[in-house]
Design a protein around this ligand. Structure first.
Ligand code: CMC
Length: 386
């Protein structure tokens, strides 16, 4: 057979799974997902419990593999605070980036710059990798907020060492000390975004790490992967959709028209959470409702609720984490283009844990591809080609 197409591929390669659906492509002790029950564990602990912990405690758990005691937690928190400053040779470059750049592209570039300025890069010991992981957790929010202030001509907001990780991040995003309720809910969203098994960006990070390259290269791959609208870019897409709909009574007709155009509705569907609702969505939805009532703006929640009803009836699809996360960020007044970067600043702990785990027990990730192109073509010199 010369060229394989469609069903011929399936016949010739019965084990082939487009999009690697259902394929076990590695082992991990970091995250457990049960697609039947919706159970979600980080390092053995239920995420429904971990939303009550601080982001830095969860980051410690993901990176070190266990919960810290109070002394370890205090030391870790203090290291994060001390690491919040960007290297002297990185900040001036961030200040020169085009102000119309998307912040996701800035984070991808920023991580490359952090790699360039790391003079210890030749040290591939586990300790050195852990140190870099902690610095990345601390510095990603600073990279983002420094660029955002530069892009919008805002005054620079220095990190506040008295604030915890999530609260300080929100403070730097908003330029003012956040209401404690907002800070708590922002922390919950960061915990929920912190890790999710072998999702596309983590897989990219692990593929890159499996060549034994450095952590910055692997994180750069992950950021580029997360940016797409089918993955992390969906939370930005949700906000644009909600603003376009703008009125709960218009949600149903809006979805019908979009589905008729064969469009994907952002914030719905998931490769793993198909039989049950995404457990992260169940949690963030409660906080979105609560925050809407607290602030006195329930429109965005009500639109999502109408979308949910329609999508479940029409397509049998549940919301994923991105739907109601977008609502809470809208209610907090965060600019839309920062939503996917907030996902980066949260998932960085999970990515780093996976990169370190991959290299601790490494085998190069190099699958095969089924060839569907032509064979036996005869080369004709250019001057004789028509
Ligand atoms: N809107 C409309 N139809 C959808 C959607 C959606 N959001 N999601 C899935 N479908 C349909 C799809 O058209 C297909 O229908 P049919 O069989 O009639 O062609 C069917 O459901 C199966 O879809 P699929 O593309 O085979 O499913 P997948 O596992 O490859 O894709 C997904 C998963 C997340 C990419 C997809 O559900 C999607 O595009 N969702 C919208 C984007 C989104 O919200 N992404 C965030 C994912 S969760 C956060 C994260 O980890 O990034």
């Amino acid at each position: 057979m010369d060229v394989l197409v469609g069903k011929e591929v399936d016949r010739e390669y019965p084990g082939y799974s487009p999009g690697l659906e259902g394929i076990m492509a590695g082992t991990t002790a970091i995250c457990y997902l049960n697609d039947d029950t919706g159970e979600l564990l980080y390092r053995g602990y239920s995420v429904s419990d971990l939303v009550n912990a601080s982001y830095e405690e969860v980051a410690y758990l993901l990176i070190y593999g266990r919960l810290p005691n109070s002394k370890e937690f205090a030391d870790f928190s203090s290291t994060l605070v001390k690491s919040r400053k960007l290297p002297d040779d990185v900040s001036p470059i961030i200040q020169q980036l085009p102000t119309n750049a998307h912040p996701m592209d800035v984070l991808r570039t920023g991580v490359s710059l952090l790699g360039l300025s790391d003079s210890t890069l030749q040290d591939s010991s586990k300790d050195a990798k852990m140190t870099r992981a902690i610095q990345l957790v601390a510095q990603m929010p600073v990279l983002l907020t420094e660029f955002n202030n530069h892009a919008h001509g805002l005054r620079s907001v220095k990190p506040d060492g008295s604030l915890g990780h999530a609260e300080n991040f929100l403070y730097m995003l908003l330029g003012r000390k956040p209401d404690p309720k907002l800070a708590k809910i922002f922390n919950v969203s960061m915990v929920l975004y912190a890790e999710h098994e072998l999702n596309a960006s983590t897989f990219s990070a692990r593929v890159t790490a499996s060549t034994l390259t450095d952590i910055y290269s692997a994180v750069t791959s992950a950021i580029g992967t997360l940016k797409g609208p089918l993955h992390g870019g969906a939370n930005e897409g949700v906000a644009k959709m909600l603003m376009d709909i703008d009125d709960p009574s218009k949600a149903e007709a809006w979805v019908s028209a979009a589905l008729a155009r064969k469009e994907r509705i952002m914030g719905f569907g998931h490769r793993i959470h198909r039989k049950t609702e995404d457990p992260r969505s169940v949690t963030i939805k409660k906080y979105a409702k609560d925050l809407g009532e607290y602030i006195g703006e329930t429109k965005w929640y009500d639109i999502c609720f109408a979308l949910e009803k329609k999508m479940s009836g029409e397509k049998n699809l549940y919301p994923n984490l991105d739907l109601y996360s977008a609502v809470i960020y809208m209610l907090m007044g965060i600019p839309i283009e920062l939503y996917t970067p907030i996902f980066v600043c949260s998932r960085i702990a999970g990515w780093c844990a996976h990169i370190i785990e991959q290299q601790e027990n490494n085998r190069l990730i190099r699958p095969r591809s089924i060839y569907t192109g032509a064979r036996s073509l005869k080369y004709i010199p250019m001057e004789k080609r028509k």
